[in-house]
Write a protein that binds this ligand. Sequence first.
Ligand code: C2E
Ligand code: CA
Ligand code: CA
Ligand code: CA
Length: 278
Amino acid sequence: AAKQTGEPYRAWSAELDERAGEHARLGAELRAALDAGQFQVVYQPIVRLPERRVTAVEALVRWQHPQRGMVSPAAFIPVAEQNGLIVELGAWILHTACRRMADWRAELGALAPDRVSVNVSARQLARADFPATVAAALATTGLPARCLTIEVTETAVFGGGQALTSLHELRALGVRIALDDFGTGHSSLGLLQTVPVDVLKVDKSFVDNITEAGRHTVIARALIQVSEGLGLTAVAEGVETAEQATALYELGYRLLQGYYFGKPTAEPRFEVDFIHAG
Ligand code: C2E
Ligand code: CA
Ligand code: CA
Ligand code: CA
């Protein structure tokens, strides 16, 4: 019996080593990847119902790795956060997204989305120079501050401190703040008392079973009410079906994002197509 208990432990520990090795390998490659231009920014539409106008796009980073193919940001963003490269990578993403948005405004006029939303990690937000990085991206691209939304997670701002100071400075620039994955972190509602925020992004987990009239629906309804009561904008994330879009619309959601409306892509389409929900 003693022999048998030894086996799983060894297997588990070997797997940990492998994961740690993988982590270190990825970390070392990220630096080179940034220099080699292997990162790309793709854009997912955020649409307003009922007219389905693309009012905003969320910028999402991609890594086109020469051997591994497309690497998910869920795999490399945590590594970049840990080794600090996220600061430089994040500044590149911010600049790329602002320049793209400025180009769309120049090329498309009224068909251009109103704003671009950029994800920012806790480590970026915790730096005192982060607002200056944002201001520089706006200045070099000529993008008006009102055309930029910064997406932060509840966890990134939970501790207050410099992160909170950064948010106030961004707000003073005229940039919007969105709380991402809302409802999945700690202390969600309490944060709304102290954190300057304009947009609540209601997490996909509340959208997934929205058509089943269970507890997800109750929470999604409560979140749109909180959002309206506080004068915030709510965006429902991860909408995959027409039925989900209709259910959300009936709850009062007007801004929706998800594969149903469009996957993240390098060349999003912005045509207004006037298809009503439901
Ligand atoms: P997130 O900010 O919550 O982004 C939404 C994620 O959900 C994206 O995954 C998007 O492709 C995916 N998604 C959108 N609609 C649907 C849908 O209808 N169904 C499903 N199943 N998924 C949907 P992605 O691009 O793989 O990004 C994963 C996470 O990586 C992001 O979650 C964000 O936390 C992080 N991330 C991505 N890009 C950046 C970035 O530029 N900077 C930072 N700091 N983090 C990023
Ligand atoms: Ca996001
Ligand atoms: Ca999210
Ligand atoms: Ca997420």
